[in-house]
Design a protein around this ligand. Sequence first.
Ligand code: SGN
Ligand code: CA
Length: 533
Amino acid sequence: MKRETSLLLMAVAQTPLLAQARANIIYIMTDDHTAQMMSCYDTRFVETPNLDRIARDGVRFTHSYVANSLSGPSRACMLTGKHSHKNGFTNNEHGIFDGSQQTMPKLLQAAGYETCLIGKWHLVSTPTGFDHWEILPGQGDYYNPVFIHQDGTRAADSGYVTRIITDKALQWIEKGHEKPFALFIHHKACHRAWLPALEDIRLYEDKTFTLPANFHDDYATREAAAKTEMEIGKDMDIVYDTKMFVSPEETPRTRLSGSYQGMIGRLSKAERKQYDDFYVPLSRAFYEKWGKDYNFLPLQAQSSIGGSRDAELLEWKYQRYMRDYAKVVHALDQEVGRVLDYLEEKGLLDNTLVVYTSDQGFYMGEHGWFDKRFMYEESLSTPLVMRLPKGLERRGDIDEMVQNIDYAPTFLDLAGAPIPDDIQGVSLLPLLRGRTATAADKQVIKNWREAIYYHYYEYPAEHDVRRHYGIRTDRYKLMHFYGHDVNAWELFDLKQDPHELHNLYGQPGYEALQRQLHHQLELLQIQYDDPQR
Ligand code: SGN
Ligand code: CA
């Protein structure tokens, strides 16, 4: 054999070995999936055995937060490792993500990774930094969804979006890769309007969900909360959200009934029959009971609910919301299970970091709400569990405060790539090494951040949540709502008041704490260089 040939063969033979040395990354991010609806965080509502399997075999973060609780902004924070004011994508309404900026996928590519993105993108501009991508336009559809391909063409795939995204992701892995890979699986589930897979349509129907403790929040002392439009009672659309629809002739028109017909109009005739077989009898019964002219204008604000009729309808809406959301989570759990099974079967589990998270948390009736945006606990938090590759030996719960700006530096660190100075998040690897932690890791853990910073910008906009920023420490939260019609501070003691009903700001006895939190907030705004202060 000629010397050149044997050298070449050696190089080829070594490639997979070298590739094996660095772990693959599979980042699974869902939309609006909240920790309350994941059984390794909360056993009250649903069972998610596959998501729990990630936590059981790996780690579960108990204090995991976003920097700006909204889809596009969250995605931009994740991709750049920077807060919204630095990556430029502050809100869904006016932003176009500047894809020419430094991003983690680009840095991974430069470090020798092959990168792929499948699913919801929601950043308006064309994805950059991915060797392969296939995205949903905007929010995308649940049924027979259209995908935008890298060559700019668009085509609909048949089936349910959660399964299709998983299929595309597994097909990409299956192609084979000489380099280590980073695969971003971005689900549409569980975004509004919570349309289930047809095979799951009857799940959870016999379950009655317990109302959250602060369901009947009256928003006293919290001006911005009172002004918002995301109450299950008055803001959830009876057709669009709770799916009470028979036909355009028989069903009274609501604000969102046209959009609803568009979404279910994507089903084939046979599929639509399956859908209607379930929802139409429910809808008929609903209109029979409540009458056709009732509640097509929004229900009165919960604070003014007097009659038992309103209370009954409110609770009925909550049960419908919970059941449909739970069905959507079921499919998601199954599909994540399929990814784990595939990795196991291919012997890839030990050399892959599998991350499961959401773009933010969500309200499942807490404060009487659906949606997110606020810096209150349920939407400030986001689930975060990881299955770790060999070498990262930590298991169980991690209680340090982490944020979605930390994912970029973590992945770069894992790839052995330098972390640029302008990245604002920190690598989580020191928390993940467990028994192999170095002295330097221990030092990092000892000096871990004592507070996280948050800033939400999307106002005026749907749901009417005022702009606000704030900090959360292990026990307290300080927030400032600002804008043309609000200038209000809120302070909570999360230990005494975990449901965040009692705003302590300006109350006697809290002066010193208030001063200290203001000081901490200012330091973080300086550290992150946020001009809005
Ligand atoms: C849509 C939804 C809102 C939701 C935003 C943002 N309305 O506009 O309820 O808050 O998305 O969600 S809908 O009538 O279109 O369903 S995000 O997760 O993409 O930020
Ligand atoms: Ca979202």
